[in-house]
Design a binder for this molecule. Structure first.
Ligand code: DX5
Ligand code: ZN
Length: 222
């Protein structure tokens, strides 16, 4: 089955001194979502941005803000990201004791709820909440940094998640994040992904290259 593929540039690889312009540039270059990686130096060994930056960027793009929270605890911050302008809020099962409650909290804010599987996290972790999610993110690197190598073993997981989603009969985004480039993108798509996060592969070469970079990730898929 041919699926439309969405590209979600991760602004982690953008020029942080010019973040507003960078978000505008990838929007003009064809980004479908703007992927925003939020890290706390505790759940993952890196610190990035908070709700005030999301809010500041909101006026720079009309695309959905796909906010990937790599923070623990996560519940106390969901509302702040929702108010800042997130459209999709994705959390990790390990980031709190009650995943179902966290997903309800996100939806209660009127936002789409996503759940993310680390490379070592089994698909069973989301089996009982699949009815409560709008997006499933398969991490193809360990979360924390851009520019890492795609972990091959996650292709089989993408296939399993695709089968789980299809069995629901609902549309749920299947997003893959980490090490996506023109070589790995078609393999992730073939395994069942329909949203590709790409930081390094989008932002390399500077603004003049963004449209070509995004096109290269779509391959033959629209
Ligand atoms: C890693 C982040 C990714 C990362 C992807 O923790 O969730 O979104 O920025 O970067 P690349 O595309 O460079 O692997
Ligand atoms: Zn991410």
């Amino acid at each position: 089955m041919q699926r439309a593929v969405k590209i979600a540039p991760s602004i982690l690889s953008a020029d942080f001194a010019r973040l507003g312009e960078e978000v505008q540039a990838v929007t003009a270059a064809g980004a479908d979502y703007i992927h925003i990686d939020v890290m706390d130096g505790h759940f993952v060994p890196n610190i990035t941005i908070g709700p005030s930056v999301v809010k500041a960027l909101r006026g720079h793009s009309d695309r959905p803000f796909d906010v990937h929270l790599m923070i623990a605890p996560v519940d106390p911050y969901v509302e702040a990201f929702a108010e800042a302008g997130a459209d999709i809020i994705t959390v990790h099962p390990e980031a709190g004791a009650h995943l179902h409650r966290t997903l309800q909290l996100i939806r209660g804010c009127g936002k789409k709820a996503g759940v993310s599987l680390n490379p070592a996290t089994p698909v069973e972790a989301i089996e009982n909440v699949i009815g409560d999610v709008d997006l499933i993110l398969v991490m193809s690197v360990n979360p924390g940094f851009g520019g890492q190598k795609f972990i091959e073993s996650q292709l089989a997981k993408i296939e399993r998640v695709r089968a789980m989603i299809d069995a629901t009969g609902r549309h749920i985004d299947l997003e893959v994040d980490g090490g996506i480039d023109p070589e790995t993108a078609p393999r992730a798509i073939a395994a069942g992904a329909d949203v590709l996060v790409a930081g390094t592969a989008t932002f390399r070469g500077g603004p003049g290259a963004y449209a070509d970079n995004i096109r290269a990730l779509r391959g033959n898929h629209s």
